[in-house]
Design a protein around this ligand. Sequence first.
Ligand SMILES: [Zn+2]
Length: 255
Amino acid sequence: MPVGRLARHAAAALGHYTGLLGQYRHLATRRRAMILMYHRVLEEDRVPPDLHPGMFVTRRTFEKHLRLLQRSHAFVTIDEIGEWLQGRIAFERPPCALTFDDGWLDNYETAFPLLKAHGATATIFLITGNRGTAGMMSWDQVLEMERSGIVFGSHTVSHVELGKCDAARIRRELAESRDTLQQRLSRMSEWFCFPKGSYSPQAVELVKEYYEGAVTTDPGWVALGDDPLRLRRIGVHDDMSWTTPLFAWRLALLR
Ligand SMILES: [Zn+2]
């Protein structure tokens, strides 16, 4: 194991088992919310060798996360985070929104049964243009998950980086994905997710015309007063969260 990873393991274990990490997170995150960012949830023996570590957690890791978060947090949707930001609702425990980007088939096959088993909701940001293609979930699967309380928002039509697009293209991506979700779903999320975390001042302004708010890949917690058009998230990867101390370290955002 490289020295950097070893040091993180050691620091995380020390912080976790002495209780210091938990106390630090408790104090630091009072009056804050967490939005966790996942992509794929894979069976241990089905992780493609060339898959970027940032793209997945294993089923075992995800189940561990659910068990740990269940004790300390309230699972909420991204729309509820929005209401919390506006002071319209409050939670007894710190709110935590589980979000999944893209709409991978494994979200339906592997994550969905675990979410149901733990009574957890989640928000999935769909690329509307590739439903039912190889590796992505179909509209029927989306509807089945929606009936069980999973919420779906827009991640554009074609997963283009909005920070690099002109206004006409940005509008098309925002409006067409919104129209599709409105037609397909009983109740779409009013929230948007920037593909690859790419945005510009212009993209942020245009999102405001079509959605209540947006999430980014900028790392951090959410605090009251934050700009709802650029909410931060905590990216969760398997290699940084597969043990309890490492996950606690990650949530404390100590990298
Ligand atoms: Zn994406």
